[in-house]
Design a protein around this ligand. Structure first.
Ligand SMILES: Nc1nc2c(ncn2[C@@H]2O[C@H](COP(=O)(O)OP(=O)(O)OP(=O)(O)O)[C@@H](O)[C@H]2O)c(=O)[nH]1
Ligand SMILES: Nc1nc2c(ncn2[C@@H]2O[C@H](COP(=O)(O)OP(=O)(O)OP(=O)(O)O)[C@@H](O)[C@H]2O)c(=O)[nH]1
Ligand SMILES: [Mg+2]
Ligand SMILES: [Mg+2]
Ligand SMILES: [Zn+2]
Ligand SMILES: [Zn+2]
Lengths: 209, 209
């Protein structure tokens, strides 16, 4: 309650930073291993405009290292026993990165479908990534996360032939929890559907265009 | 700190309950959608001895319903915004279920690879389920969970042909974090490897046999 209040205050401060600096901040949330880092490396490689990443993990800099292999700058935040990024951590990382105007700043949250839901980081939009291997009932079972998201990305579409995942049922569940949620289906591995995702980012970048 | 202290006290109380009642309590932890419920339904159907389940989820009784379809008794605990089961919740559910001697009590924790690590429920053993779709570096990135587990089950082995998962690398990572961890590989969907898992439960049931 008090923690959330302080977080919201810092989130508002971050949001001002981002708007003044003309930086598009996107908060990527998902379970462990849904494909956030794979999607980001593929996305950054495909984007022509500049990108930076704030990487959140309990331990290691494995994800930040993967991002850096694309040539993009990444800051790794290690939360230790902590289960989510908060606005304070993002604020410090933001001052480390010091992004130029026109940069897209991707924030990869700790792999966790529960705790990050309640922590505004100051992002322009929140993207929840659900892999088709996790099951189509997840929007109902973890509603706070799907309620708080602007876009649901269904990843690992290449595995659809081998798993009992009903795409339509999943979208219906997500819309019951969050009627306005947008949905994209793609495979970060094969590249299928990446065009739609890049278009979505571009529209968020320049909504008046 | 204080929360953990109170939890450990209740966990010790649960552990006494289980031992006095000759109930084998197993705490199943994993990311969302790694296959806990699917594995449990398959396991209960295959077991000849009695089984009961404490189901933990933020919302819905979808998992408890799936368990009940096997004929086994299940109690659904909804944690709301909570990110893990604690010893208090298990204590209350245990008194609801009132298992007979010789029962195996499976506790399916909230899908979360972070927060449940720190909460002893009074279990005899903790099983972490990692699906091969999540990536082989997870033991390094979420070390507390793998450090706290007695057994790692690699699930969805049927998908190995279609995903870049290195089983040996994953086991090496897990043993670096927890040298004594046991490992089983199986598919809850196809049934491959189920024999080894049932044997492991039986050995925990009657270690002197
Ligand atoms: N088949 C398939 N595998 C994928 C796809 N995207 C990612 N993967 C694999 O899924 C595993 C996890 O991918 P990551 O990108 O590390 O997932 P993550 O969400 O960043 O994981 P955390 O940061 O630990 O939460 C890796 O083995 C990837 O190669 C996909 O579209 N299809
Ligand atoms: N291919 C394949 N899919 C599986 C396997 N086991 C489970 N699944 C699928 O994985 C999805 C998630 O399975 P669940 O059993 O609901 O996973 P869970 O760990 O109980 O999920 P939560 O309780 O929400 O954390 C479902 O679509 C299952 O059918 C497996 O061995 N192979
Ligand atoms: Mg990652
Ligand atoms: Mg389940
Ligand atoms: Zn500032
Ligand atoms: Zn938590």
């Amino acid at each position: 309650q008090d923690i959330l209040g302080r977080n919201d205050h810092m989130a508002a401060h971050n949001r001002e930073h981002f708007e003044r600096a003309d930086v598009l901040a996107l908060n990527l949330v998902s379970s462990p291993g849904s494909g956030k880092t794979t999607l980001l490396t593929r996305t950054i490689t495909a984007m022509e405009s500049p990108a930076m990443v704030i990487e959140g993990d309990q331990q290691t800099s494995l994800d930040a290292d993967r991002i850096r292999e694309t040539g993009a700058k990444a800051v790794q935040v290690n939360t230790g026993k902590g289960c989510h990024l908060d606005a304070d951590m993002v604020h410090r990382a933001l001052h480390d990165l010091d992004p130029d105007p026109g940069t897209t700043l991707f924030i990869e949250n700790v792999g966790n479908l529960v705790c990050p839901a309640g922590f505004d980081l100051g992002e322009a939009a929140r993207v929840v990534i659900l892999s088709v291997t996790e099951g189509d009932d997840k929007p109902l079972k973890y509603p706070d996360m799907f309620h708080s998201a602007d876009l649901m990305v269904l990843n690992k579409s290449d595995l659809l032939p081998y798993v009992p995942f009903d795409v339509d049922a999943c979208i219906t569940h997500a819309r019951r929890i969050n009627p306005g949620i947008e949905v994209l289906t793609l495979s970060a591995l094969s590249g299928a559907g990446m065009g739609g995702w890049l278009d979505w980012i571009a529209k968020r970048r320049a909504p008046q265009a």
